[in-house]
Write a protein that binds this ligand. Structure first.
Ligand code: SF4
Ligand code: SF4
Length: 141
């Protein structure tokens, strides 16, 4: 979990989060890239948008946010990103690795090609698991 500003000062006083480590923007960016490759989804937390307090990196099994999203489907617990995954059909070999990596169950393989559904949150995790390089994130239309 990366925290900023007031939030960083608060977590510094919570024993469960201790020890807190101060890092610069470059190290934070490198950490985020590594989290990305290990399949952790980045979520941006705000006290009141656009004030960002935290970037959290989590997986489906352990994340409170994802649990609440699935339990209270009628509520907007997590908002989707501004982009959506897109598959280049000619490059896709139908291996299914992206399907297994997607934390939102937004990918199926039909006729030997990956298909992205409207459930896509634009997290980009599948992109890292496609060794064929067939997935990229595109702005939503
Ligand atoms: S991981 Fe890549 S190549 Fe494999 S099914 Fe998904 S998009 Fe296609
Ligand atoms: S970008 Fe979309 S399809 Fe890819 S892992 Fe995230 S939610 Fe699933």
């Amino acid at each position: 979990m990366h925290t900023f500003g007031d939030m960083a000062e608060i977590v510094d006083n919570i024993p469960e989060f201790s020890p807190v480590q101060d890092i610069d923007a470059e190290d934070a960016a490198e950490l985020l890239m590594n989290f990305d490759k290990s399949g952790l989804v980045h979520t941006i937390w705000t006290f009141k948008t656009p004030y960002i307090c935290t970037i959290c990196n989590c997986n489906n099994a352990e994340c409170m946010l994802f649990h609440l999203k699935d339990r209270y489907k009628s509520l907007t617990i997590v908002r989707k990103g501004h982009e959506i995954a897109s598959v280049t059909r000619d490059t896709c070999n139908g291996c299914g690795d992206c399907q297994n990596s997607c934390p939102f169950n937004a990918i199926t393989v039909h006729g030997g090609k990956a298909v992205i559904s409207e459930e896509c949150y634009g997290c980009g995790i599948c992109r890292n698991f496609c060794t064929a390089g067939a997935i990229r994130l595109m702005p939503k239309l």
